[in-house]
Design a protein around this ligand. Structure first.
Ligand SMILES: Cc1ncc(COP(=O)(O)O)c(C=O)c1O
Length: 352
């Protein structure tokens, strides 16, 4: 059995859109895409009058090296949000299939399922179990209900803890031929935990999401990555938007992999980790804080007496954090991102 047997059959039969850039590369005279032959403004160094490469080779190769996989195992989209959306579209039939999530977790899994008309099954995380997924309950539901995608977020947003790799691998092995396990590693660079990409060769139903929005500082460029078997990636590329990677965003991403930018990033990551420990310690002894959870990511979730009131006081002092009280199990909780040392000081001072 191929993992593609889990995909929507009508998509496997769909004839994909064939863009001008896919059909032919470049030449001295380019008259195949109804583009303007004129630059949009003086000094355009990107040739913005031309459509971009749909899946730019240079960035694919750079990311393949970074993640230790092959370029044909990567899909590059407008943030991992787009990869989540395309996975749901590719694998879930409307009104028939479901995704399984463990709330409180990242909100886009349920939104993408809702847009596609797929059901959302929840196996909640609980504070009593340190917000770790209940793998036994997940397995039971995935075996008895039409679940096509199980989302596991590690470190989890908004609670911050990592999920042990062996438990995810065991889940994927158990669900082989039945569902994909989608491991969202958006915050992996902050965690020091090994990526699940190293276990993919044995498990064709294991897929990983990565992003350049967090550790790479490129949230504004909207670049996310799906890492999966070459056959899943080929399917996703058949249904992707024609040109998901704008030329200036590609240039920004390649610049972020220069030797100098990579060295600066290492320093920023080290600083974020040490600031996380400092903010964590300050919150642990803070009179306003009732509870807080250890984080492997670049944010910390904590409980106060009155989240709305604390949020407003912080906002009046010019500091915006996220009120996550509406998430399941997180009443009166706030989530603060780790900023620069000065920003973290401003936050701690305003919370007092
Ligand atoms: C867990 C998680 N996954 C994915 C995303 C989306 O990231 P991107 O900017 O790549 O769309 C976020 C954004 O906050 C996130 O927290």
């Amino acid at each position: 059995m191929s993992v593609l047997d889990l995909a929507r059959p009508e998509l496997r039969a769909l004839k994909p859109y064939s863009s001008a850039r896919m059909e032919a590369g470049s030449a001295a005279v380019m008259l195949n895409a109804n583009e303007s032959p004129y630059a949009p403004f003086d000094g355009d160094s990107w040739a913005l009058n031309r459509y971009p490469d749909p899946q730019p080779r240079a960035l694919l190769e750079q990311l393949a090296q970074t993640y230790g996989v092959k370029a044909e195992q990567l899909f590059l989209g407008r943030g991992s949000d787009e990869a989540i959306d395309l996975l749901v579209r590719a694998f879930c039939r409307a009104a028939q299939d479901a995704v399984l999530i463990s709330p409180p977790t990242f909100g886009m899994y349920a939104v993408a399922a809702g847009v596609q008309g797929a059901a959302v099954l929840s196996v909640p995380l609980t504070a009593e179990k340190d917000f770790q997924p209940d793998f036994e309950a997940i397995r039971a539901r995935a075996h008895t209900e039409p679940v096509k995608l199980v989302f596991v977020c590690t470190p989890n947003n908004p609670t911050g803890g990592s999920v042990p790799a062996n438990a995810i691998v065991a889940l994927a092995a158990d669900l082989a031929g039945r569902a994909l396990v989608v491991v969202d590693e958006a915050y992996a660079e902050f965690s020091g935990q090994p990526s699940l990409t190293t276990r993919m060769a044995e498990l064709p139903n294991l897929v990983v999401l990565r992003t350049l929005s967090k550790a790479y500082g490129l949230a504004g460029a909207r670049l996310g990555v799906l890492i999966a078997s070459a056959e899943i990636i080929a399917l996703i590329r058949r249904i992707m938007a024609p040109y998901p990677v704008p030329t200036p965003c590609l240039a920004a991403a390649l610049a972020a992999f220069s030797e100098q930018a990579s060295a600066a990033r290492m320093e920023h990551l080290a600083q974020t980790r040490s600031e996380r420990a400092r903010v964590q310690a300050a919150l642990a002894s803070h009179p306003a804080v009732r509870q807080l959870w250890p984080s492997d990511a670049n944010f910390i979730a904590f409980r106060v007496d009155d989240a709305r009131g604390s949020w407003q006081r912080l906002q009046q002092a010019g500091v915006i954090v996220r009120d996550v009280s509406h998430y399941l199990g997180l009443s009166n909780c706030l989530r603060v991102s780790i900023g620069t040392p000065a920003e973290n000081d401003a936050f701690l001072a305003a919370l007092s």
